[in-house]
Design a protein around this ligand. Sequence first.
Ligand code: FOL
Length: 226
Amino acid sequence: GKQPLALTLILAATPSLGIGRAGALPWPQLRKEMAYFRRVTSRVPGSASASRGNQRCNAVVMGRKTWDSIPPRFRPLEGRVNVVVTRSPGEFTARLEEEGSGKEGHGKVEVAGSVGEALEVLRAYNAPSASSAPDAEDRPEIERVFVIGGATIYDAAMELAQTERVLLTKIEEEYECDTFFSVDLAEDQGWRKCEKGEVEEWTGEKIESVEEKGVRFEFEMYERVE
Ligand code: FOL
């Protein structure tokens, strides 16, 4: 339990900042892009060494519609604490119990009424008492927190001072979209595009332009200035 949790948005968007269509991603499946998402959201910096007592992992915060968009076999996203934001937490919790999601083997699922409440839930994981609590095995220390969408949740997160970073995959082709990211980071004075070396250091990835199914994409990172 240390610093207040910072938030990182992670998203992929078309040149017009389209992020979704009809409850799904707008582009044909891009496996290398999805693999990047999985690795970056799962990687806990410095955890290659065995010299640690209790377990550490990252968290993903998502809206209820994004939860619905993830193939049931992949949710909760494994190895990460999953927080689902919904205006009807009771209803969603009942649904989870019926479906039997969030059981053994997978990531853990928490439910929150807002992005701010999601952060409070995650902060409790890192409270000094949490590692000695009787249920401590279920409460890994949270390292990085990723906001994984959709548009409503990104918008809410962009209003929070805790949101320090955006990992943006620029998909260099237009697709029809019905959902958009609302901030053009490249044109926003409040944000700085990071150098490739900074992106590599923070993500642990070798950053290069990728092409898949004839679609080119670039992995970018922006940091809030001040
Ligand atoms: N950010 C980026 N860069 N790309 C995305 O596709 C993306 N998608 C979402 C949020 N941020 C993103 C939301 N949509 C899965 C499915 C949809 C989804 C997010 C994640 C998913 O099933 N992920 C699995 C990997 C599945 C696979 O390997 O095919 C995971 O373990 O993360």
